[in-house]
Design a protein around this ligand. Structure first.
Ligand SMILES: *Cc1c(COP(=O)(O)O)cnc(C)c1O
Length: 313
């Protein structure tokens, strides 16, 4: 088992800030840390709910770059989907479920009965897997007939309460808002900052895997727009801590049939009048979202990294 540096973090970070970069011993330690210390340093190890996520492959997509992207010879794919649930949301969910697990053991005036989310498939898959592991009830709101079978199987097999609703994702999102406002159910969608805190560790992993060389560009698929902000947070945190000296430029990739951020970006309005849309069917069903909850956060990430938005068919 690796050493737990949580309690030493404040000291270590001071040493990093005050030291001579490359041969700084504290810097070498901090560069090897992964999650807990950067995200929830105070949590008791017994409360952590983990399915051994993280450390997914980063591989060189040489042929894809050379043959399909104009001879680009330095294209890498971070395969966050290599995880227990096959979604790339495990890094965020371990943090959220661990914290809920911790809160359920505390004396709260309004105890948490369970956790809920609206989903295009992946969030419900990952939520139900982690809550099953923690033994906490989960409820998921899904748009009927718009979820892939691989993703639908998971909440059912993991014993979550699954509601299939005759609406789209955005309709499910509005309903879960109302339900969690009324009932002691914790809202697990990615506007919950615990999820974003966990997802930001994907950016830390990328830097670790590149031995702290910063890539020029990082492309992230975009639906509800939480992930781009989480990636930005991870990269920016490493810059502020002095672990790297710049952040990559971020590219947000949307499906052409569900592209509200692309339109917002393209018809330069000075980022003032965001127009939600009714998302049309796209093969990329996980990002078929027309009214993303984290649009403002995504704009922060784009501005801060000189990022761009693209659409694909
Ligand atoms: C969640 C998800 C996205 C979109 O992430 P957002 O944070 O909602 O923008 C894209 N692709 C897959 C496979 C996902 O699971």
């Amino acid at each position: 088992m690796r050493e737990d540096f949580s309690r030493k973090m404040p000291d270590l970070l001071c040493q990093v800030a005050g030291g001579e970069a490359a041969d700084n011993e504290a810097l070498q330690i901090v560069r090897k840390l992964r999650k807990k210390e950067f995200v929830l340093p105070e949590i008791d190890s017994d409360h952590i709910v983990s399915l051994f996520e993280s450390n997914s492959n980063l591989f060189w997509a040489e042929r894809l770059g050379r043959e399909h992207l104009d001879g680009m010879n330095d294209l890498w794919v971070k395969h966050c989907g290599i995880s227990h649930t096959g979604s790339f949301k495990d890094l965020g969910m371990t943090v959220l479920v661990s914290q809920v697990n911790r809160l359920r053991r505390a004396l709260l005036s309004r105890p948490i009965a369970g956790d809920g989310c609206a989903s295009t498939g992946d969030t419900s898959a990952v939520l139900s897997a982690y809550y099953a592991a923690a033994g906490i009830p989960a409820i998921v709101f899904l748009p009927a007939d718009r979820i892939s079978l691989q993703q639908l199987i998971q909440p059912i097999a993991n014993g979550a309460t699954v509601l299939s609703l005759d609406t789209d994702f955005d309709g499910c999102m509005r309903l879960i808002w109302e339900v969690t406002a009324e009932l002691p159910i914790y809202l697990a969608n990615s506007l919950n900052s615990l999820r974003l805190e966990g997802q930001k560790t994907a950016a830390i992993e990328i830097l670790q895997q590149f031995h702290w060389q910063v890539p020029d560009w990082v492309i992230v698929p975009g639906g509800n727009l939480g992930n781009i902000y989480a990636f930005y947070k991870g990269f920016e945190m490493c810059r502020v801590l002095g672990l790297v000296d710049r952040v990559p430029r971020l590219v947000y990739a949307q499906a052409a049939n569900a592209n509200p951020l692309y339109r917002y970006y393209k018809f330069k309005s000075g980022w003032t009048d965001f127009q939600p849309q009714v998302a049309e069917t796209t093969f990329a069903s996980a990002i078929q979202i027309g009214d993303p909850v984290s649009v403002d956060r995504a704009v922060v990430a784009l501005k801060a990294t000189d990022g761009i938005v693209e659409e694909a068919t």
